[in-house]
Write a protein that binds this ligand. Structure first.
Ligand code: P6P
Length: 340
């Protein structure tokens, strides 16, 4: 008999040490997340053949031009998740306020914050994109408000992403390490393929959008200049640079082989009154939990990302995450800069 390997549900069931009364709930919820990701994986793979490419002709709450697939991905995720019977509400990059579970569906005690299609500027050129999700518990028994989503990253019970690339991969943590599953399209299951993912402590590869270098603040200027000085410079080795244009693509590479992902606060963002580009609740926090669970560091330059107490749903933060030795070095440069 042909074996298909360990399915997502089998793995989560075996890892589930929760109290008897709630056992299986997170497994069921992540099963619905997986269904939504399978639906999106199919649409991404079909691309123009499914008529999902191109601009939607409207902006999202962030003031960003939406792609058709941004809107479709949001709708697909809500359609798959709202009937789980386990969610009290959903918050999304694509919606101004949270989405309460309609009264005709059972409500549960979890809250889901997600970026339905991260890196959507890559979609029209067949580049890597992904869905990022963060799950917390809803303290109250009533319908949640936006304020109920404002929890620090330390309160996440689960975080993960689905990467839509040469393979579709679901990578997640429930606080017991990081595990990767690859979508086997022949059976429509995410199959365990990357147990115990860990980030190497050291690296010679950084990820940053170098076109903004004229706007960088002193710590990033110093760090990147030293990397680029190579073997003759203070780091005494050559560095490589990668920038996928999708956080999911860059963070996945870093989880697989090490590296440091940098989307800092810079003079351009400060001039716009912004605290960063990437969003805390559904980008930095879930990715930060994954990186920390894999043995890396996730920081803003002045504090660990997961320690931040959010004050608004679409809050932006600076992001430095990946191999601990390099993140620690940049944090040190930020500390030096504060004393300047
Ligand atoms: P830039 C995608 O829009 C995103 O939110 C992340 O996925 C990605 O890392 C970053 O923005 C890319 O930003 O300024 O290089 O286009």
């Amino acid at each position: 008999m042909s074996q298909i390997g360990t399915t997502l549900t089998q793995f989560l069931t075996e890892q589930d040490n929760s109290p008897a009364e709630s056992r299986g709930e997170l497994t069921a919820l992540l099963g619905d997340v997986a269904t939504a990701c399978k639906r999106l994986s199919h649409l991404v793979r079909m691309g123009e053949l499914a008529g999902v490419l191109g601009a939607a002709g409207q902006e999202n709450v962030q003031g960003e031009d939406q792609k058709k697939l941004d809107i479709i991905a949001n709708e697909v995720f809500i359609d798959s998740m709202q009937r789980s019977g386990l969610l009290a509400g959903v918050a999304s990059e694509e919606m101004d306020s949270h989405y309460p579970i309609p009264s005709q569906f059972k409500r549960g005690e979890y809250l889901l914050a997600f970026d339905p299609l991260d890196g959507s500027s890559n979609i029209d050129v067949n580049g890597s994109t992904g869905t990022i999700f963060s799950i917390t518990r809803h303290a109250g028994k009533d319908a949640p408000s936006d304020a109920d989503f404002l929890k620090s990253g330390r309160e996440q019970v689960c975080a993960g992403y689905c990467l839509y690339s040469s393979a579709s991969m679901l990578v997640l943590t429930t606080g017991q390490g990081v595990t990767g599953f690859t979508l086997d399209n022949s059976v429509g299951e995410f199959i365990l393929s990357h147990p115990d993912i860990t980030v190497p402590a050291s690296t010679s590869e950084y990820a940053i959008n170098a076109s903004y270098s004229r706007h960088w603040l002193a710590p990033e200027k110093r760090y990147i200049d030293e990397c680029n000085a190579g073997v003759d410079g203070p780091r005494m080795r050559n560095f490589n640079m990668r920038w996928a244009g999708s956080m999911v693509g860059d963070v996945h590479r870093i989880l697989c082989r090490g590296g440091v992902f940098i989307y800092p606060l810079d003079a351009r963002l400060k001039a716009d009154g912004k605290e960063g580009k990437l969003r805390l609740l559904y980008e930095a926090n879930p990715m930060g939990m994954l990186i920390e669970q894999a043995g890396g560091m996730a920081h803003t330059g002045t504090q660990p990302i997961l320690d931040i107490e959010p004050y608004t749903l679409h809050q932006r933060v600076p992001v430095i995450m990946g191999s601990s030795e390099e993140v620690a070095r940049l944090v040190e440069y930020h500390a030096d800069n504060i004393n300047d």
